[in-house]
Design a protein around this ligand. Structure first.
Ligand code: ACM
Ligand code: ZN
Length: 520
């Protein structure tokens, strides 16, 4: 089973047969047992509520937020937890332990995660994946006890949320989720213990917005959706008051779709070229006494954070945002790039909350040649003591899937599986012996395949030698392909960096194997 129990398993005598129907007494809301009942039904077991249920689910306020105790005895099964997520994880463990014949070993399991944030980031802007596929991935996450889907819903290549207030947004991008679908996905995730955090990346990576409403860029000139990956010069104007008014109306519409108390506002890779020649940006800096363009981005983020606060939400920002000395007070930082190393270290030293998503270790769109199963498993960071309110605390791990080069569901799933399970294990219980983990991972992938999910075959988990070099080089070349003539003037970096840059980046991937990047 993955993740491994992060506590105790006390074996008892006997094997218990699960009755059909399964009767349940539940101190929590129906939401806590909903996924269990659905999964049981798929295996032919009905479930119903009963005062003296075979499964008894009781509140134990002493337990930590997601912790649980699961006692499997002849007389019945008892689940103790302080919150709904604890119940969901207990029932997930139970379900994984029940054999084909409907029986389960008597035992008592005490379990709790080491990290409060166990996430998967999914980019649906570069390539769109429909709500059904997003739900399929959420179900796999829940079975791995992961608790955050970070849903990257806008970028230079597309905007993916139906907007009744600004309909040109979704009309321009064509593929999008209706508001009803978004609410449905968030509710489905909630029943599986998964928080859905939306990301509207800004002020950079915003051609998805500006293709529909170019008036919110510095020049106001017409632009289109980006046709390739990379970093683009066209970004939101941080000087014009109308930009903030637009974003406020937009966020007022979007925030209520998501129950999460967090909202990712991106902040990565925002080139400042357009701001430098913009009278409105210049005037805003003068008005606010801002002396650098990085700080202007900080000012922008603070304005957005104020809008989120109205909706009871706090912002998450990629670590590039720390280049600014002006920052939202209640932010969380998501660390992805060593290129912004120094401010990250200072932020962490000052007690800032952060999520670990190092691109060299946790980017699942990179091929196994660059981020193998073994490498991921062996690069474990020290999480220290974890709680949302803990000082100086990494909240946990988030694996990221960017989709510049992923166009099909099969390819998407193969990139995610099995490697999402590595992140799940690191975040729940931490790494142990690789060989032992690999055996469990192979078993887990057999079960995953039975659910119709495409997985990377075992032979390709840890490529070696020439095969590996070729696979990695081919990916890098495609990632940094030259932009079309039409797009050339729009591209700021990355796609224009050439072969030397690709080689340098590749050598970093290969060198950094087997050791965790120490940046803090
Ligand atoms: C990122 O990969 N630009 C967060
Ligand atoms: Zn401007």
């Amino acid at each position: 089973m993955i993740p491994r129990i992060n506590g105790n398993v006390q074996m008892r005598d006997g094997v218990i047969c699960i009755p059909n129907p399964i009767t349940i007494r539940n101190d929590f809301t129906e939401k806590a047992v909903h996924a269990f009942s659905e999964r049981a039904a798929e295996s032919g077991f009905q479930s119903e509520t009963a005062e003296n249920g075979f499964i008894s689910i009781v509140k134990n306020e002493v337990l930590e937020k997601e912790a649980y105790v699961l006692s499997i005895r002849k007389e019945g099964i008892r689940v103790e937890a302080s919150g709904e997520q604890g119940v969901i994880w207990a029932l997930t463990t139970l379900q994984k332990k029940i054999g084909q014949n409907g029986s389960v070993q008597a035992e008592t399991v005490t379990d709790a995660p080491r990290a409060v944030h166990r996430g998967l980031h999914l980019d649906v802007a570069r390539h769109f994946f429909d709500a059904g596929e997003v739900k399929r991935i959420i179900e796999q996450m829940s079975l791995a006890k992961m608790n955050v889907l970070h849903w990257h819903l806008s970028d230079d290549q597309g905007w993916r949320i139906e907007s009744k207030r600004f309909p040109k947004l979704h009309e321009t991008s064509a593929d999008y989720y209706t508001q009803e679908e978004i609410r449905d996905v968030a509710a489905y995730a909630g029943e599986r213990g998964v928080e859905v955090i939306p990301e509207i990346d800004m002020p950079g990576h915003t051609r998805g917005i500006l293709a529909a409403y170019p008036e919110y860029s510095c020049s106001g000139k017409k632009t289109g959706l980006a046709k390739a990956g990379g970093v683009y010069r066209r970004i939101l104007c941080a000087g014009a008051d109308k930009t903030y008014k637009f974003l406020e109306e937009l966020l007022d519409e979007i925030c209520p779709l998501f129950p999460s108390e967090r909202f990712h506002i991106g902040g990565d890779e925002a080139p400042k070229a357009e701001w430098k020649s913009c009278p409105a940006c210049g005037a805003k800096m003068k008005e606010q006494g801002i002396t650098s363009y990085e700080d202007l981005q900080g000012y922008f983020s603070v304005q957005i954070a104020e809008i989120l606060k109205k909706h009871g939400k706090r912002p998450i920002l990629w670590n590039d945002s720390l280049e600014s000395r002006i920052r939202p007070k209640d932010m969380q930082m998501q660390y992805w790039s060593v290129d912004y190393n120094k401010p990250s270290a200072e932020y962490i030293a000052q007690g800032g909350q952060w999520i670990y998503s190092d691109m060299f270790e946790l980017y699942l769109d990179y091929p196994h040649a660059m981020t193998s199963v073994k490498k991921m498993y062996e690069n474990q960071i020290d999480l220290g003591s974890c709680a949302y309110d803990a000082k100086n605390s990494p909240l946990g791990y988030e694996a990221c899937v960017w989709t510049e080069q992923i166009t099909t569901v099969e390819e998407l799933e193969k990139r995610i599986f099995p490697r999402m399970y590595v992140a799940a294990e690191l975040a729940w219980c931490g790494a142990g012996d690789y060989e032992e983990f690999e055996d469990r991972l192979r078993d887990e992938m057999k079960e995953t395949e039975k659910r119709g999910i495409s997985i990377t075959p075992y032979k390709d988990w840890n490529p070696e030698g020439q095969k590996r070099q070729q696979e990695a080089s081919a990916f890098m070349a495609a990632m940094h392909a030259k932009p079309s003539d039409e797009e050339k003037g729009e591209v700021a970096e990355s796609s224009e960096m050439g072969e030397d840059f690709q080689k340098k980046l590749l050598s970093r991937f290969f060198q950094e194997e087997g050791k965790c990047e120490a940046f803090y």
